[in-house]
Ligand binder design. Structure first.
Ligand code: LMR
Length: 328
């Protein structure tokens, strides 16, 4: 009897991930690393799942795994190719092993606002970048914006030289490393789920992220304060395996892609409000936010400008120009 019970438990737990899926439905697993709610990506993933589960009921069934519970961002890209998951949305900084073109999005002070980001991703240049990884098996379905990034550290940062000698956690991006070095700091690449612990134990002194990540991961609780630098974009590629996408019946694929497009537009329109709310949440929770005056801001822009030149060859001057033009 015990054997039968544990066998049943095993079956149950194996099915837990697709608990709401009916027999015969294609299961679409989406794995990401951020909070399930109150975060641009978490909310977008939930909305996508809701729409797929309502509108494609009987055909497809989507399950979302938030908070790095299934895979971190390095592993999820491998998992897509292995068919262990069908959707992911790692930040554009995490594709360096597959394309150097996305270094564009990491250039400091490239986009002046989320509106400019929107202009660029909807342009031909922006759309063209969705398919640059098809030769290595990935198709981008859209860009999910997440806000501009802010710096935090275990001491006040008002000008870049305040970062002298400090160690910052960065994503797996050489552009981010160059940026930190331009400030006189050193950079350490770490998975997102390790950042809080690394800040708390002093493995690193600081980090850079969106208001939503700084609030939902509680980074501000283990930092002296956050400086409102808006120095870099955080955005994600809603990405799938090209092979999986091509394997879908044309009708099913069209319906799924249409839903993904609509969710992308709706989710991006909500980002600014979510970011503003999480900035306020940090203040309400007793966190410190420092704003820059014009002179201090100029010091950050000037310090980071050499980073552009360093990566221009990988990205292409024409693409940089197109992105800059979207600021108008
Ligand atoms: C990070 O690693 O800091 C971010 O890419 C996490 C995320 O997905 O927002």
């Amino acid at each position: 009897l015990l054997g039968a019970v544990s066998a049943a438990a095993l079956v149950l737990s194996a099915n837990a991930a697709s608990a709401n899926c009916d027999d015969g439905e294609m299961v679409i697993k989406f794995s990401h690393v951020v909070a399930a709610t109150g975060h641009p990506k978490g909310d977008a993933a939930t909305l996508l799942a809701k729409r797929v589960n309502e509108e494609m009921n009987g055909t497809a069934c989507m399950e979302v795994f938030a908070n790095s519970t299934l895979f971190d961002d390095d592993k999820v890209l491998e998992a897509l190719l292995l068919g262990d998951v069908q959707l992911a949305a790692p930040s554009l900084s995490k594709f360096e092993a597959y394309t150097l073109k996305y270094r564009l999005f990491d250039l400091p002070f490239l986009f002046s606002s989320l509106k400019a980001v929107d202009n660029f991703v909807q342009s031909d240049s922006g759309k063209g970048l969705l398919t640059v990884m098809e030769d290595v098996g990935y198709t981008g379905l859209g860009y999910w914006s997440s806000g501009l990034k802010q710096f935090s550290a275990n001491k006040p940062l008002l000008v870049p030289s305040d970062a002298d000698g400090l160690k910052f956690r960065v994503q797996t991006s050489d552009v981010a490393v160059a940026m930190i070095e331009a400030m006189g700091g050193s950079a350490q690449k770490l998975a997102f789920k390790e950042v809080y612990g690394a800040l708390q134990t002093g493995v690193v002194d600081g980090q850079e992220n969106s208001w939503s990540n700084i609030y939902t991961q509680k980074f501000f609780e283990v930092q002296d304060g956050v400086t409102e630098t808006n120095h870099q974009l955080l955005a994600y590629l809603l990405v799938t395996s090209t092979e999986w996408l091509n394997s879908l019946d044309p009708d099913v694929r069209d319906q799924f892609v249409k839903i993904a497009d609509e969710v992308t537009i709706e989710a991006n329109a909500a980002v600014a409000a979510t970011e503003a709310a999480n900035r306020q949440n940090i203040l309400d929770a007793g966190g410190t936010i420092r704003e820059l005056n014009a002179e201090q801001r100029k010091a950050w822009v000037d310090a980071m400008k050499p980073v552009w030149t360093k990566f221009e060859g990988d990205i292409g001057a024409d693409l940089i120009e197109a992105a800059v033009a979207s600021n108008d």
